[in-house]
Design a protein around this ligand. Structure first.
Ligand code: UDP
Ligand code: MG
Length: 356
C-alpha cells in the first residue's frame, strides 16, 4: 500500500501542527527529501491540532500529492502533548519519529536516528547542543528547569532534549500505555526505559510563524513536569511546616521568659504581625502545593479521552495518478456521500482506553 522500498520496515513520522500554514510546505519539502533517501517505507502522520489558519487545507493538499501523508484532524486544539499522542496512536510504523513542524528540529537528522535504531536502541533522542534564535532569558530558564527537575525527579530526564526523537515499536506501545491526562512527554519518554541513545544537534531558530510558547505556558509546563514526576514539593510543605512550628515554639518560650523577667512594656505588635503573616504565607503556599496535585488528581479521575478525532485519513489512500480528481481519492466504502472524503469512525472515539 505504501511506496515499498524492499526492506519491509515502515517508518512513521509524526508531526503535530497548530497554525503552521506558513512553514508546512517548506517542512514537507525538506522532510520528503530526507525520506526519499532512506531504505525504508515511510508514512508521514500530520496531526492538525485544531488550527485556526489554513493548516488543514495545506495538509489536505499535501496528502493528495503524496501517498505517504496521513492526516489526523482533531476536533479542537488539545495542545501539543495530546496532538503528539494522537499521532502516535495512529502511526503504524516499526519505528516512529516525532518532530516539530516549525523546522527547529532538522529533518536531516532522521537518517542518523534511524541508524542508531537499527543498531538496537529503542529510543534515540536528539539532544540540543545549541539554541539559536532563542532569547537569553529563555535559555536561562530552560537551563534552570532541567537542573531542578534532574535533582528532584525519580526518573532521569535527559537534559536539553525536546520531543524530537525516534521510538521503536515496543517503545511506542509502552508509551501509549501511559494514558495520563497531564502529559509531560519528556518525562514519559524517560519513564519507559529501554536502551536509549542521545544524538547531538543544533536547534535552529523557528523557520516561520509564531511560537506558541510564552512565559506563562512555560511556567505551567515546568509545574507539569514537577508534579508529574515527583512528590517532593508535598514533602517540602511538611518540612517547612515543621520548621516554622519549631521556630514559633522557641519564640513563644522566649516571649514568656522575657515577660517574666523584664515585665511587659506592650511592644509586641510588630513582631506579632510578622509571625502571623509569615505563618499565613506558609500555610497558603502549602495549600497551593496540595492544590496543584489535587487538581491533577481530579483531572485524572474524570477519565476523559486525551483527544477527539474529527477525521482520520490514513496514508496510502491517495492515488498518485494525476487523472484522479480530489473527490475520488478515498477508496469506495470508506467515504461519506457528502464528497468531503473518508470519515473513519473505527475506534476513533475510544482513545481514553489503554492501548494494548
Ligand atoms: N503544537 C501543537 N499544538 C499546540 C501548540 C503547538 O500541535 O497547541 C505544535 C506546533 O505546531 C509545532 C510543535 O507543536 O509543530 C512545537 O510548537 P512550538 O514551535 O510553538 O513550540 P516551541 O518550539 O517553541 O517549544
Ligand atoms: Mg518550535
Amino acid at each position: 500500500m505504501n511506496a515499498r522500498h524492499g526492506s519491509g520496515l515502515l517508518l512513521s513520522v509524526v508531526v503535530p501542527a497548530y497554525n503552521e500554514e506558513d512553514v508546512l510546505p517548506d517542512f514537507q519539502r525538506r522532510l520528503v527529501a530526507v525520506l526519499d533517501l532512506l531504505p525504508l517505507d515511510c508514512e508521514i502522520v500530520y496531526v492538525n491540532d485544531g488550527s485556526r489558519d489554513r493548516t488543514l487545507a495545506v495538509l489536505e493538499r499535501m496528502r493528495m500529492t503524496d501517498s505517504r501523508v496521513a492526516l489526523v484532524d482533531l476536533s479542537r486544539n488539545f495542545g501539543k502533548e495530546a496532538a503528539l499522542t494522537a499521532g502516535l496512536d495512529h502511526a503504524r510504523g516499526d519505528a516512529v519519529v516525532v518532530i516539530d513542524a516549525d523546522l527547529q528540529d532538522p529533518p536531516e537528522l532522521i537518517p542518523e536516528l534511524v541508524r542508531h535504531w537499527q543498531e538496537g536502541h529503542d529510543v534515540v533522542y536528539a539532544q540540543r547542543s545549541a539554541r539559536d534564535g532563542e532569547s537569553l532569558a529563555k535559555r536561562i530558564t530552560a537551563h534552570v528547569f532541567y537542573r531542578v527537575i534532574e535533582r528532584i525527579s525519580e526518573v532521569r530526564i535527559p537534559r536539553d532534549t525536546g520531543d524530537f526523537r525516534l521510538l521503536s515499536r515496543r517503545a511506542v506501545d509502552a508509551l501509549l500505555q501511559l494514558r495520563e491526562r497531564h502529559r509531560f512527554m519528556k518525562g514519559l519518554f524517560a519513564w519507559i526505559g529501554y536502551p536509549q541513545k542521545a544524538v547531538p544537534y543544533r536547534r535552529d531558530p523557528r523557520h516561520a510563524g509564531q511560537t506558541k510558547w510564552n512565559y506563562w505556558r512555560l511556567w505551567n509546563f515546568a509545574l507539569e513536569g514537577i508534579t508529574s514526576f515527583t512528590t517532593a514539593p508535598l514533602k517540602l510543605a511538611t518540612y517547612v511546616g515543621i520548621l516554622t512550628a519549631t521556630l514559633a515554639f522557641l519564640f513563644g518560650g522566649y516571649i514568656v521568659g522575657a515577660t517574666l523577667l523584664l515585665g511587659n512594656p506592650v511592644a509586641g505588635y510588630p513582631s506579632l504581625m510578622a509571625v502571623i503573616l509569615f505563618l499565613g504565607g506558609v500555610q497558603l503556599t502549602a495549600l497551593g502545593i496540595i492544590g496543584e496535585y489535587l487538581g491533577r488528581l481530579s483531572d485524572e479521575a474524570k477519565g476523559r479521552p486525551l483527544y477527539l478525532v474529527n477525521e482520520h485519513r490514513p496514508a496510502g489512500l491517495a492515488a498518485r495518478a494525476p487523472a484522479l480528481r480530489p473527490g475520488s481519492l478515498a477508496p469506495p466504502g470508506r467515504r461519506r456521500g457528502d464528497g468531503r472524503g473518508a470519515v473513519m469512525s473505527r475506534e476513533e472515539e475510544a482513545h481514553g482506553a489503554p492501548a494494548p
